[in-house]
Design a protein around this ligand. Structure first.
Ligand code: RIB
Ligand code: CA
Length: 313
């Protein structure tokens, strides 16, 4: 089967980093056409730095990395250094990147790539706030019908929120952008906290990463050891939830996940519930389903896929 052509839109972030590494380790499944960076976990200058650090760690310096939007559509940027550390990639001690940023804005790259490929052949994989994707859809409405699928990490229903009681970080940072994306008509697969909180890096799983013994395996173990503090403290969980790698794993082995095709709308008015993904899981409205909302994962299968693939780098 030919590899799926993808654009990874990201705000690295340790979990974004693992998602990118998994994609770069899986050329038979995914062809990374480019990485577009957005402000989110940390400001844009750091997300573009971190994305290039990850590409160099993977030995893939030919990957095009673009700078995108440096703030949400209509709100002040909220970042998450309390989770990811000052650099956004705290944990491993990795060298500053030497590979250059690609010329041009990430939004234009997204538009041009979708226009230059046959409709239904390019998948967008947002791992951060949806600012770049929404800006592209607004600037070039014709691309909505050309997107094969949008497979994103964001939102939550049964698990509520992680930045407010009801909102997950990616959606909360730019709810207006999320509203545009969820109303775009493009096919959407959502990896919400309901499923990513079941993808926990337990000590044994982290030992398996470290046991790979390569710079990649060791760096991934160090990243998750750093980034697990927040969730262990807040939820008392057994380890870091690998949010963003759920997106990449879905592209490689979709059967690892189950969910429902439902209607999801975004709260963009009330500050109390700003950024909430109002998921009609029980079908109590007549709102048209617009997203496949995942809530179950084969966690053992997920981690053995990751360990096997990361060992290739
Ligand atoms: O809420 C988790 C999401 O927000 C992840 O994508 C993490 O990297 C941050 O962007
Ligand atoms: Ca992210």
């Amino acid at each position: 089967m030919t590899p799926r052509k993808i654009i990874i839109d990201t705000d690295p972030g340790q979990d974004d980093a693992v998602a990118i590494l998994l994609a770069l380790a899986s050329p038979e499944d995914v062809e990374v056409l480019g990485i577009t960076c957005v402000a989110g976990n940390v400001p844009l200058d750091l997300t573009t730095r971190n994305a290039r650090i990850v590409c160099e760690l993977a030995g893939k310096t030919d990957v095009k990395v673009f700078a995108g939007c440096d703030r949400p559509l209509g709100r002040a940027l909220v970042t998450a250094e309390h989770v990811h550390g000052k650099t956004g990639l705290d944990g491993p001690d990795l060298p500053e990147p030497t590979m250059p940023l690609a010329d041009g804005h990430a939004v234009d790259f997204i538009i041009e790539t979708l226009r230059n490929h046959a409709p239904g052949t390019v998948t967008l994989c947002p791992l951060g706030p949806l600012t770049n994707i929404a800006t592209a859809l607004t600037k070039a409405p014709d691309i909505a019908g050309r997107i094969a699928k949008i497979v994103l990490m964001g939102g939550g229903y049964f698990d509520g929120g992680n930045i407010t009681p009801v909102a997950e970080f990616n959606i909360y940072v730019d709810p207006q952008a999320a509203d545009i994306v969820f109303k775009s008509g493009a096919p959407i697969v959502v990896m919400p906290l309901d499923v990513t909180h079941k993808a926990l890096v337990t000590a044994a799983r982290n030992d398996a990463f470290r046991g790979i013994g390569s710079p990649v395996g060791i760096a991934v173990a160090q990243m998750t050891e750093f980034f697990e503090r927040f969730d262990k403290e807040k939820y008392g969980s057994e380890g870091a939830p690998l949010h963003d790698p759920c997106v990449t794993a879905y592209l490689i082995r979709p059967e690892l996940f189950t969910g429902r095709h439902i209607n999801v709308e975004i709260e963009t008015t009330s500050e109390l519930t700003m950024g909430m993904t109002v998921a009609d899981w029980w079908g109590v409205t007549d709102r048209v389903p617009n997203a496949t909302f995942m809530n179950e994962i084969d966690a053992d299968g997920f981690f053995s896929l990751m360990t096997e693939r990361l060992a290739r780098l």
